[in-house]
Each structure stands twice: as structure tokens, then as C-alpha cells.
Design a binder for this molecule. Structure first.
Ligand code: 3HC
Length: 295
């Protein structure tokens, strides 16, 4: 299969990454089937796409007519078979847990078209291990987007042990078709490239606060005004989802050793379900839309 054969893309998981990936796929002209396990989740994802497209119109980056055509390309699904029956590519963006993803792939393998290519938006997990539960490890590839997908240019393309060159090339071409810049990751190692750099930064920021060496405001200010990053480490953790960063770290800790031990401050936020923007509170409070620091 090559990129000209791809018309329909199914995105599994309508959370912060899933709906964003569905949006960029629809903006690129693909028919998109957005699927989650509950109607409320998938409707929420659809509304987020609507919100984002409206923002793009407001910012003058998209014509109102193009926003509504884009939205028309997205259908919402709960039934898995229904969501994948005419897909050439399935992009999976379900929670960052090996066991959850493997369950999804087992169910998917049973209903997906035989020649469909599977791409996982995992942030860190082994592509080889995930692909091993399917009958198509050669047509299985990592396709890692960044949050928010509609604004972030990079996509990591990661081959597993059995991914063919044709599959990796197709996924790279798909990223280009979505107006992204693909970077081929040579090694299927935990965290790939970006998260090996980024997640320790978030963790170290959390340790500084946990050990009372700095405040959240101090750490975020230095990142923005000293390091020139677009957001502070805590602001970014809130945007990405504190649980996402925590699960990536936990996996890297298990696979690579103690230097990636997650800070208890991150763990306590996950336990309290204060996960950042998506739950209304993380390191900052978003209930009033302001993003004020949590006392
Ligand atoms: N769609 C449309 N508009 C959006 C949006 C979206 N998804 N998300 C934010 N916006 C809007 C905001 O609401 C705001 O609108 P407003 O001005 O009306 O309030 C506006 O965009 C902000 O845009 P600006 O032009 O003022 O801001 P910037 O140009 O500075 O860009 C940014 C925003 C691109 C998000 C920038 O802050 C940035 O690059 N942040 C870092 C993001 C990052 O590093 N992401 C990677 C995370 S790691 C990851 O995802 C990997 C995972 O595996 C952990």
C-alpha cells in the first residue's frame, strides 16, 4: 500500500492525543473514524475538535467553510468493528499502559481489514512488544505525535523489530500528508528520542519542588525566561497530562533504571486524579479558565 491508497483513517481513543490526531487527519483530507469505548468520551473528543477548529478560524489560520468540511469528515464510533471496517490505517491513541494497549490490539486484530496498517501513538512503549500480539508485526509501526497535534510539527516514526521498510515509509508519508515533519527513530528503546529528553526534565522540576528547593512558579519562570522554552515544565505537564508523563517515567524507570524514578509529587497528582487541563486541575487550576497556580 502507498499513501495514495489511504483514504480512511481510524483513530482509537478520543482523549487529548486521539482527538488531536483525528483533527490533523481530517484537516489533511482523510475520512476519519474516531472511536472510544464510551459514547460520552467520543462525543467529548468530537467537541474538542470543534473547539480547536473554531480557534483556528478565530486565529485566521482556517476558513470557516474549511472548518465545517473538516468536521464533516469525522464520524464518531463506539463499536470497534464499525469503526475499522473500511480503514487503510488505524492509529491507536489509548492510555499509555502496555496491558491496555495489548488488549486493544487483540480486539482490533480480530475485526480490522487484513491489509490495514496499525500505527501506535505510544509515547514510550516497545513497538516490538505491542506488535507481537497482532498477526501483522510487519505492518505495525510507531507514529508518535506531540501535544497539541494541530500545533506541533514533529512526528516520531519508530520501527519495531519486524516492521518493514514499506510500512515505516508509508507512516512517514502519512505524517508528511498531515503537514508534519517525520523523524525516523533508529532504535525501539523506551521513550524513543523526545521523551528521553523531555520527561526527565518534568521529573527533575518535580523533584526540585518536592524537596522544597524551588517553587513551581520559580521553576516555570526559569524554563521560560532562562531556557527559552515555550512553556514551563509544570505548565507542560498539565497540558500533556500528568498521568501521561508519570506512566512514561514509570516505564522508563522499569526498563532503564533508577535515574528515571518518578518523583512522588507526580504520583500524588495521579492518585488525586489532578491530571492537568483535562481534569480542570493539576499543578495549576483551570476551573475558571485562568490557569492559576494551585495553592
Ligand atoms: N487548537 C487550536 N488552538 C489551540 C490549541 C489547539 N489544540 N491549543 C491551544 N490553542 C490556542 C490557545 O487556546 C490560545 O488561544 P487564545 O490566544 O485565544 O487564548 C492560542 O492557541 C495560543 O497560541 P499562541 O500562538 O499564543 O501560543 P504559541 O504560539 O506560543 O503556541 C504552543 C502554543 C504551540 C502550544 C506552545 O505553547 C508550545 O509549543 N508549547 C509546548 C508544547 C510541547 O512541548 N508539546 C510537546 C509535549 S510532549 C508530548 O506531547 C509527548 C508525550 O508523549 C508526552
Amino acid at each position: 500500500m502507498d499513501i495514495d491508497d489511504v483514504n480512511t483513517i481510524t483513530v482509537l481513543g478520543a482523549g487529548s492525543m486521539g482527538h488531536g490526531i483525528a483533527e490533523v487527519a481530517a484537516l489533511a483530507g482523510f475520512d476519519v473514524r474516531l472511536r472510544d469505548i464510551e459514547r460520552a468520551f467520543v462525543e467529548d473528543g468530537y467537541e474538542q475538535i470543534e473547539w480547536s477548529l473554531d480557534k483556528l478560524v478565530e486565529q485566521g489560520q482556517l476558513e470557516p467553510d474549511d472548518a465545517s468540511t473538516t468536521l464533516d469528515r469525522v464520524s464518531t464510533h463506539v463499536d470497534l468493528e464499525d469503526a475499522v471496517d473500511d480503514a487503510e490505517v488505524v492509529i491507536e491513541a489509548v492510555p499509555e499502559k502496555m496491558a491496555i494497549k495489548k488488549d486493544v490490539y487483540q480486539d482490533l486484530e480480530a475485526v480490522a481489514p487484513e491489509d490495514a496498517v496499525f500505527a501506535t501513538n505510544t509515547s514510550s512503549l516497545s513497538i516490538t512488544e505491542l506488535s507481537s500480539v497482532t498477526d501483522r508485526p510487519e505492518r505495525f509501526c510507531g507514529m508518535h505525535f506531540f501535544n497539541p497535534p494541530v500545533r506541533m510539527d514533529l512526528v516520531e516514526v519508530i520501527s519495531g523489530a519486524e516492521t518493514t521498510e514499506a510500512t515505516a515509509a508509508l507512516i512517514s508519508d502519512l505524517a508528511v500528508a498531515m503537514d508534519k515533519t517525520p523523524v525516523r527513530v533508529r532504535k525501539d528503546s523506551p521513550g524513543f528520542i523526545v521523551n528521553r529528553v523531555l520527561v526527565p526534565l518534568m521529573n527533575e522540576a518535580a523533584w526540585l519542588v518536592h524537596t522544597d528547593e524551588a517553587t513551581i512558579a520559580e521553576v516555570d519562570s526559569t524554563a521560560k525566561y532562562g531556557l527559552g522554552l515555550p512553556m514551563g515544565a509544570f505548565e507542560l505537564a498539565d497540558q500533556v497530562g500528568i498521568d501521561v508523563g508519570y506512566h512514561v517515567l514509570d516505564y522508563m524507570h522499569e526498563a532503564l533504571g533508577d535515574r528515571y524514578r518518578p518523583c512522588p509529587l507526580l504520583e500524588s497528582k495521579v492518585e488525586a486524579d489532578a491530571l492537568g487541563q483535562k481534569t480542570g486541575e493539576g499543578f495549576y487550576d483551570y476551573e475558571d479558565g485562568e490557569g492559576a497556580q494551585v495553592p
